[in-house]
Design a protein around this ligand. Sequence first.
Ligand code: BG6
Length: 482
Amino acid sequence: MVVRTIPVDDFDLVIFGATGDLARRKILPGLYRRFLAGQMPPSARIIGAARSDNSDEEFRKETRAAIEEFAPKADKSELNAFLSQLHYVPIDAKGPGGWDSLKTLMRDSVVRAFYFSVAPSLFGDLAQRLSEYGIADKNSRIVVEKPFGRDLASARALNATLAEHFAEGQIYRIDHYLGKETVQNLMAVRFANILFEPLWNAQYVDHVQITVSETVGVGGRGGYYDQSGAMRDMVQNHLMQLLCLTAMEPPYHFDPDAVRDEKLKVIRALEPVSPSEIVRGQYQADGEEPGYLEDAENPDSRTESFVALKVRISNWRWQNTPFYLRTGKKMRSRTSEIVVSFKEPPHSIFDESSQRRPNQLVIKLQPDEGMVMTVMIKEPGPGGMRLMQVPLDMSFADTFGPDGADMPDAYERLVMDVIRGNQTLFMRGDEVEAAWAWADPIIEAWDSAKTLPEPYDAGSSGPEEALGLMHRDNRRWREIRA
Ligand code: BG6
């Protein structure tokens, strides 16, 4: 299947922090793939802006190396044409250096977008200079990366600073999980089929599990991570977004504010989480492999690299149907999935001895994107009526073939949405603040209790206590398979 692409309007995209890690790994390779797909107009320009005193040529050379490293499979025959659309301006975020040159370079009557791929402490400076120098106009867009604050107070302050220079409709707060193909598919599955929605509520759903497990540790970025932990790094944003899309009411239209209004209602309906329903973990050293404390270079760290918690949504649809969330580093495998676990039929006509298992809809975000529905059938063969569970498996790779399986990376999709001016897959300011308002008391309780996270082995599925969180409720996590 060939994926359709619709070219976007002509644009000047300025990437602040263009020589940094995110730009090299994701943004620039992603833009090249969009170029290859024919989505980027030949006159569009990408302007790298960073502190180092590079020339256009040096920036092109670095970008070539980044694309070769991070988009190894992409056809390189058009790389020169893509690179010729790149420019570079040395810029000082905190001073006057470079801003006049940037202003001269920008074209009128094209979309102007500014990607803040820099430390959050510079967001305010960049916003201020863009408006002070008259580089951003009322149709310009700014893109801001996470972390968006580290608590409610700092997120509010950041929103207020950005609001001094840009309207909410110009601010694109990235949560790259929203750009993942299967995450968007979750909305398609829920709202474009009649099959699921009638069952998508507390009457039929026993519970929901959301797992995002990673095999990587925090080595290399321990400094940032140790100040953050799994709750700030993953739960307040990525897992929260997955929870919202799973739990929200149908928006009246697939429209930015309609979708975000519904997500906000979910966050506001979250009950405070009791400390007894949260498990924090920290991976241990394993032989030669360093543990969290070594990776974070902080032998006294109490920061969690794993968290599991039980979340209740206090609304009509989800009364008494808990959502269990877990995420961790150095786990058994890289697995992100949402499991909707349905209730058992109200009455069984089969023997108690026949194995009954509840239906589960598993939405697999990565790897092996797709969906699996488990159903009970009769075990084949004579000898009575015995039941067995089988998966109805839809892997995108099987369904869409090699082209379709090569889905665009989240960043590709999101950057193009910025140019198109579509905010549906970006977080609104009030949504981010509401998520912090929910997370803050949890983090504050940990800070004041000063308890240590539970140790867990690298390559496991987290601390034993996380299994207990479900076992207590007579439920179990779907296994994280190696
Ligand atoms: C980032 C977190 O936002 O998401 C990282 O800061 C995490 O700690 C990453 O590893 C996970 O993203 P993905 O797309 O690899 O699941």
